[in-house]
Design a protein around this ligand. Sequence first.
Ligand code: IMP
Ligand code: MG
Length: 178
Amino acid sequence: MEEIEVLIDEEEIGLKVREMAKVIAREHKDEKEIYFVTVLEGARTFSDDLIKEVMALGGFKVKNYLVKVGSYGGGSESSGKIEVKKGLVEDVCGKELIIVEDIVDTGLTLCFLKEYLLKEKNAGSVKICSFLDKPSRRKVDVNVDYVGYVVPDKFVVGYGLDYGGRYRELPYVGVIKG
Ligand code: IMP
Ligand code: MG
C-alpha cells in the first residue's frame, strides 16, 4: 500500500465535526426539523458523524435525504457535465435544505446540485456544508455556508474520500505520497 501523509488526524476531525454541528444547531434552533441532503458516496462518513453530533445536542428532529451526483462517464476529474444518478423521490418543496458534501473542488457538482434542488425540486432554500474546501481549483462560484477545513491543491483521501474506490475507510484525511 502507498504511504499516506496525514493532513488532518482523527482527533482533529472529531473536534471539527462537533464544532460544525454546534454551529448548525445554533442557527436552526427555531426550526421544527433540520433537512440534510447527503451527496453519496464521499460525504457519507462526514454526514453520519455530523448528524450524530447534531442529534446528540438534543431537541432536533432530523431528516437525511440521499442523492448521488456525478459527471457523465465517471472518472476522478469532473468533466463539467454533471448528472443526477440517484435523485430525490421525497417531496422537499419549500423545505430549507442543507447539502452535506465531502469536498468542494471545482464547485461544478454543488452548483449543479443546488440548481437541481431549487429549480426541479422546488426547495425553499439550499445551504452548503462541506467538510473540506479546495478553493484554489474553483471553476464556478459557489457559496459554502459551513466549511470544516481548507485544503491545499492536492488530491486528498480518507474520511469518506476515495481514490479509485480505495481509502474511504481511513479514519484520517491524507495525501498519497509519491
Ligand atoms: P467538484 O469538482 O467540486 O465538482 O467535486 C466533485 C467531486 O470530486 C467531490 O464531491 C469529490 O467527491 C471529488 N473530489 C474532488 N477533489 C477530491 C480529492 O482531493 N479527493 C477525493 N475526491 C475529490
Ligand atoms: Mg463528493
